[in-house]
Design a protein around this ligand. Structure first.
Ligand code: GCB
Length: 647
């Protein structure tokens, strides 16, 4: 009973945004039309970047107001042409695509048509047939507009022209923050010269990074579903809440279906608790023989108004699992979970941050090869398709907001905090139902020592816990424990450190002592579980030296080895995870500390292993053997692997 009450408490908190953001899905009542492919494109190169608005480029076909080029969607625009000015462009760019809308979507009067952009970086304005339908701030989360009303204004035309203007400029109150600096000294800089300054270490790729699509629902539809799960002995508990739009008089049927398609339990209420006998829990990869078990929650709605009847069907994948934190453990399904994983970026050659299925699948195969059971979405929310893969494969996720590089005191002002809270609303609204997401990270390495940081993080973390009281919240720190204003409010301490790299470069002999001190200080002060959320060293692939020097593959390996020996002592006490920086090399802005990007990947940007990858692979499989239960096929592989290493 107590557990059920807790589940109810979680629900009362709810989500503050007033509409849902369910992933678009085809069903007997819904259609999806992807608008990916080539779009017409023009960067507004006028000195003010404002010509597109002055001349209303959205009012007619883009090709009629000037030259256009082909740009693929999804993709960053930066690396697909030979034009250095487009790679480094700052300001508004314009995308346009015409689409034929099936006539029945408009003629039947019963269909809702939604235009959805999965992500466009950073600020977007959207027009349909020259009429503004929405705008959105933030580069990593989806936004939508209902457009059927507009389409019905002229039912004779089924072609609709979608224009999206996207601006990548970052200022002190955007997330991530940045600033524009104008260089006015004409003896040194050309007319109109300015730069975008940022305090984060990845290239500010821009454009429409994920799918754009049209989807339909009936006018009366399932707007949102929230599930929170628990279990008691062998009975699973799925507390659900369905919110409906477009009708008040509805009948509803909610059915939980297992992997074999059998109905497990059903209900006719819009909210309640489903009891699942002989529950199959959702387990992480390498913690159980059968990881990532998903049920499906089918919600079937029937509604009627004076003239029409409506039926809507939506199926939500549901993993039944719990997450808890004690003072020195991270528990999944009440069992200690040790994160042995990676930090990633959405980043690859040519595509930049553009979503790409072959890349996603390759990365999952590499993570599984490595024996990684988890990753952090450093430093922004990733595509929802990636979280769906995590749900299915049992890869555990620390889901991070784009709060990276908050270093200027003005970025702690109210305008920033308000936006940061909104971003957390959007993030939790999108990702709340993914069993793979086990913790929210509200920011990475903010200037936690600045006076306003305490209030800022207290607000942010409190707000996130109200949005979702069922998951722990953290923020990632690189500052000294004594200066860190956020630590008192987080559930898990996540620390980044680069001993023998940014501190005492070249001195491997400091790693063990400094890392030991780091852990003892943090745990001594806060008695909370600790994750080493970043550590690593750059290695230019193919660079070798013995004795090792920085930037060689040997040096990277030795840094890992020394960190690992301390992790092995502390993981028996209170360290609950280690995430290497980084899974793969990635692009950064140009600068003297970066040689064609950040080279701390254990894989190259083309996803080939450096020597360090093999060190990590050996370690992660050994950890999995100690802490988890491997699937049958991995035992066979593991035996082969053990034979090839001498411990
Ligand atoms: C960090 C940052 C990450 C950087 C990394 C590095 O602490 O969180 O964004 O890329 O260090 O390699 O410097």
């Amino acid at each position: 009973m107590f557990r059920v009450l807790c589940l109810f408490a979680a629900f009362k908190a709810g989500i503050l945004l007033d509409s849902g953001m369910l992933f678009p899905q085809e069903s007997s009542s819904r259609e999806v039309k992807e608008l990916n492919g080539l779009w017409a494109f023009r960067a507004d190169r006028s000195p003010t970047r404002n010509q597109g608005f002055q001349r209303a480029w959205y009012k007619s076909r883009l090709a009629e107001t000037g030259p256009v080029i082909d740009i693929p969607v999804p993709s960053s625009y930066n690396d697909v042409t030979q034009d250095p000015n487009l790679r480094d462009f700052i300001g508004w760019v314009w995308y346009e695509r015409e689409v034929v809308v099936p006539a029945r979507w408009i003629s039947d009067g019963k269909t809702r048509v939604v235009l959805r952009v999965e992500s466009a970086h950073y600020y977007s304005i959207v027009w349909v047939n020259g009429v503004k339908v929405t705008e959105h701030e933030g580069g990593h989360l989806p936004f939508e507009a209902d457009i059927d009303g507009l389409l019905r204004e002229d039912p004779t035309t089924t072609t609709c022209r979608i224009t999206i203007a996207v601006n990548n400029t970052l200022d002190l109150h955007t997330l991530p923050p940045g600033s524009i600096q104008y260089m006015k000294d004409r003896t040194m800089y050309p007319e109109g010269f300015f730069v975008q300054n940022t305090n984060f270490d990845f290239f500010n790729y821009a454009g429409i990074h994920r799918s754009v699509l049209l989807y339909t629902t009936p006018k009366a539809y399932v707007d949102d579903i929230t599930v929170v799960t628990d279990f008691l002995d062998s009975t699973g508990l799925v507390r659900y809440n369905v919110s409906i739009q477009g009708a008040t008089l509805v009948t509803l049927k909610v059915t939980l279906i297992d992997k074999d398609g059998h109905c497990v339990v059903s209900s006719n209420d819009t909210s309640g608790v489903l009891k699942v006998v002989d529950v199959k829990l959702w387990w992480p990869y390498l913690m159980h023989e059968n990881p990532g078990y998903l049920y499906s929650l089918e919600v079937r709605l029937n509604a009627a108004d004076g003239t029409s009847t409506y039926e809507d069907v939506y199926s939500l994948p549901v993993g039944i699992r719990t997450v808890k934190v004690t003072k020195n453990q991270f528990l999944i399904n009440n069992k200690p979970f040790y994160f042995h994983g990676v930090n990633k970026h959405e980043d690859s050659d040519i595509r930049g941050k553009g979503f790409d299925w072959p890349l996603v699948v390759k990365d999952f195969n590499l993570m599984k090869w490595l024996g990684a059971n988890s990753f952090r979405t450093s430093h922004y929310p990733y595509a929802e398709e990636i979280l769906q893969m995590c749900d299915r494969h049992g890869i555990v996720v620390i889901d991070e907001s784009p709060g990276v590089g908050i270093k200027d005191i003005r970025s702690f002002e109210n305008a920033s905090l308000t936006h940061h809270l909104e971003v957390m609303d959007e993030l939790v609204r999108r990702d709340k139902n993914h069993p793979s997401v086990v913790m929210w990270s509200v920011a990475n390495e903010p200037a936690a020592e600045m006076p306003p940081a305490g209030f800022y993080f207290q607000m942010l973390i409190k707000h996130t816990k109200v949005l979702d009281p069922t998951r722990p919240v953290t923020f990632i720190t690189d500052s000294n424990y004594a200066r860190d204003k956020g630590a008192p409010y987080v559930d898990v301490i996540c620390v980044n450190s680069y001993f023998s790299w940014y501190h005492d470069p070249g001195h491997l002999e400091v790693i063990q002592i400094q890392l030991n001190t780091q852990f003892e200080n943090w745990y001594g002060k806060y008695q909370k579980p600790i994750i080493q959320s970043e550590y690593g060293a750059d290695a230019a692939p193919g660079f070798h030296s013995d004795p090792p020097v920085m930037f060689t593959e040997e040096y990277q390996k030795l840094v890992l080895r020394d960190y690992h020996s301390v992790f092995d002592q502390k993981r028996k006490l209170y360290v609950v995870g280690e995430l290497i920086w980084n899974f793969a090399d990635f692009m950064t802005t140009q600068g003297v500390t970066r040689m064609v990007g950040n080279k701390k990947g254990i894989f190259t940007r083309q996803r080939q292993p450096k020597e360090a990858a093999f060190i990590l692979k050996e370690r992660y499989w050994r950890l999995a053997n100690e802490t988890g239960r491997l699937p049958l096929w991995t035992n066979i592989l593991e035996n082969q692997l053990l034979k090839s290493f001498s411990f």
